[in-house]
Design a protein around this ligand. Structure first.
Ligand code: MSP
Length: 639
């Protein structure tokens, strides 16, 4: 095991709004990867931060009556707090307004400029004066209108500095070709390749119409526009301008991995590598793009009120289940849907049933059969060796999948081992061996196999669920800090000495009732009280059909009753109804389609057989039959 540097980053987030499930996803994923690499002995550096310059920030601050700096000073801590709440342990938090970053941006701009890769030109495009922004051709609404405010656009020419990106097209294609894992997943790689092959344009990198940005030394009046500012953060944090030794170790000679969402893959897989090629720096080793989350099947939006707030989820389910769900539910790279049902199912089945049960059963049986202390075990048998072999395979598969950031697949392998150990209990049947004094040693071997497996499983799940992994260790009587554990610390099948005292078993993943959660989550009618509730089974006992009135008549000797001959789609039947008072012109009802209950027990009313009941409504003491549009088929069932 070497202690090679592993440097992982998230995008730096815009500070216009609070962090949401999208930013939480990338950040938790990076945290899991950082923690995993630590268990493999890597010297890890994990960076996240905030992207604080630009026109939007300038405008928002103005609206709030603050300076841009005041506004970003208010917002950046919200991100830091959120990451703390999600148990994210980043080593550094970069803010693009920090001095160290401004210096790094100046350095890269100077290097690229001196190389002859930045030139002055004119940016020509459609401009919205009211929004003060250029609108790309493909975003123009209608003939010539702004997508934000709808106002007419103007053709504007503005002096701008350009980065000669086109010059690096071939070098970049060659790099992608020679490094198959440079852009992951593969689908994104193909998308990037075909985009580059369409031809790279030079990139406008400066603006002179607003001020909230880093000034460009060789271009008075201009500030850096987005990319030379934002992307350079990845260099700033590892000493690009301030610490050459650190930079060489972390960037030039270390492994560098960028995690980001699919919407910004082109910036990271095209613009960024071209900038680095020009600056003469190494390219990142991996650019890994994940998909987007929807919420209960729909795009998240404030107006729909379906935005997932990570802190609410953590309050409800706990930080570990939330982290686990994010990374287990979808294949990293694909889009995914966040749902209440989904997270609860994962908690109940993977966490409570599989992992939680394995721990509880093991500790419960150990205490029952041997008391609190580990006893010596005997020789391993074939079934034990098989399980040990599966563990070795699991380690390899986890490493292989994690090297491509395939989090959900790595978890599948870990859970395959957990399931195997649950099955191992059923197959070895410790409760039977416990009845036979001569089988005590075999029983000890089986129980130790289980305890050792749990000790290892805890280290494997720790990157995803650090708190729960620590609880598993504590229940096994291991008081060490699991965050410092290496997978190599738990090698072998003789981990705990005889005499080691086990801790107390308590469930770490309580089961959640799906129904209760879904009902509580319903935001529309949470306070609606259902009076006299019936079940769907009660309702389905009542058969209601569309019936057509064929004849209508008075019932002799009654002011109240009318009798109807109706067609229920199959049969003609007679129904008596107490609505005579409301329908003096009852003949007009002939030909109408109304709703009738057709499985009521027949009764005789005033000498007339009634084989059902017609449904009515009552409003202001006026009773009316429930009429149905004539195009609805006679005999249709109401469900
Ligand atoms: N500031 C730039 C990045 C510069 S990196 C040098 C930026 N910031 S952002 O705040 O708008 O977006 C940050 C990340 O959030 C992106 O990776 C984006 O893909 C991700 N997500 C935003 N909404 C998302 C979902 N609904 N689901 C998953 N991720 C999404 O872009």
């Amino acid at each position: 095991m070497d202690n090679k540097s592993f440097y992982i980053t998230t995008p730096i987030y815009y500070v216009n709004g609070d962090p949401h499930v999208g930013s939480a996803y990338t950040t938790v994923a990076a945290d899991v990867m950082a923690r995993y690499k630590k268990t493999r002995g890597y010297d890890v550096y994990f960076l996240t931060g905030t992207d604080e310059h630009g026109q939007k920030v300038e405008e928002t601050a103005k609206m709030k009556g603050m300076t841009p700096q005041e506004w970003t000073d208010l917002m950046a801590p919200r991100f830091m707090e959120m990451w703390k709440a999600l148990n994210v342990k980043n080593d550094d938090f970069i803010r693009t307004t920090q001095e160290r970053h401004k210096k790094a941006v100046k350095k890269i701009l100077k290097t690229v400029y001196e190389k002859g890769d930045i030139y002055k030109g004119e940016y020509e495009g459609k401009y919205c004066v009211s929004c003060e922004t250029f609108v790309p051709e493909n975003q123009i609404v209608g003939e010539n209108c702004c997508p934000d405010c709808g106002k007419e656009l103007r053709m504007v020419k503005e002096e701008s500095y350009f980065f000669r990106m086109s010059k690096y097209q071939d070098a970049l294609l060659k790099h992608i070709d020679e490094h198959p894992d440079f852009i992951l997943p593969r689908s994104r790689r193909n998308e990037v390749i075909s985009f580059i092959k369409q031809g790279l344009q030079d990139l406008s990198i400066s603006r002179n119409t607003f001020e909230w940005g880093i000034p460009i030394e060789f271009a008075p009046g201009h500030i850096t526009y987005v990319w030379f500012d934002a992307l350079t953060n990845y260099l700033t944090a590892v000493g690009y301008e301030s610490n050459p030794e650190e930079f060489e170790r972390r960037w030039t000679n270390g492994e560098v991995v960028h995690l980001l969402g699919k919407d910004i893959v082109r910036f990271h897989a095209i613009i960024w590598p071209c900038m680095l090629l020009s600056a003469g720096e190494k390219l990142p080793d991996k650019v890994v793009a994940h998909g987007w989350w929807t919420s209960e099947g729909e795009k998240m939006s404030k107006s729909k009120g379906n935005v997932i707030a990570p802190l609410d989820e953590v309050k409800k389910y706990g930080v570990d289940p939330f982290r686990y769900y994010l990374l287990r539910e979808v294949t990293f790279g694909n889009d995914g849907d966040y749902s209440t049902k989904g997270i609860i199912n994962r908690i109940n089945s993977d966490l409570a049933n599989d992992l939680g049960n394995l721990l509880n059963r093991t500790l419960g049986m150990y205490k029952k059969y041997f008391g609190e202390e580990i006893v010596a075990n005997g020789q391993f048998e074939e079934i034990d060796l098989d399980a040990q072999k599966l563990y070795d395979e699991t380690l390899n598969s986890v490493d292989d999948t994690m090297s491509r950031l395939e989090f959900s697949r790595a978890l599948e392998y870990i859970w395959k081992f957990i399931s195997r150990m649950n099955k191992y209990i059923d197959e070895t049947g410790p409760w039977l061996l416990a009845k036979d004094e001569t089988k005590k040693e075999r029983l000890a071997t089986i129980m130790n196999m289980l305890v050792y497996s749990l000790e290892k499983i805890a280290v494997l799940v720790a990157p995803y669920m650090p708190e729960s992994a620590q609880k598993i260790w504590n229940q096994l009587g291991i008081e060490k800090d699991i965050e410092k554990a290496l997978l190599s610390d738990v090698e072998g099948w003789d981990l705990l000495e005889p005499g080691h005292k086990l801790g107390n078993p308590t469930p770490i993943f309580p089961r959640i009732e799906v129904e209760k959660e879904v009902k509580e989550k319903n935001p529309i009618n949470k306070d609606l009280k259902i009076e006299n509730p019936i079940t769907i089974d009660d309702f389905s006992k009542v058969e209601i059909k569309v019936v057509e009135i064929l004849e209508a008549d008075k019932v002799a000797d009654s002011d109240r009753l009318l009798k109807f001959k109706v067609n229920d789609g199959k049969n003609i039947r007679q129904i008596v109804s107490g609505i005579a008072k409301y329908y003096p012109e009852y003949q007009e009802l002939v030909g109408k389609k109304v709703l009738g209950v057709v499985n009521l027990e027949p009764v005789v009313l005033k000498g007339e057989l009634s084989q059902g009941m017609l449904l009515t409504t009552e409003e202001k003491k006026r009773v009316k039959l429930v009429e149905v549009d004539s195009i609805v088929k006679t005999g249709s069932k109401i469900k």
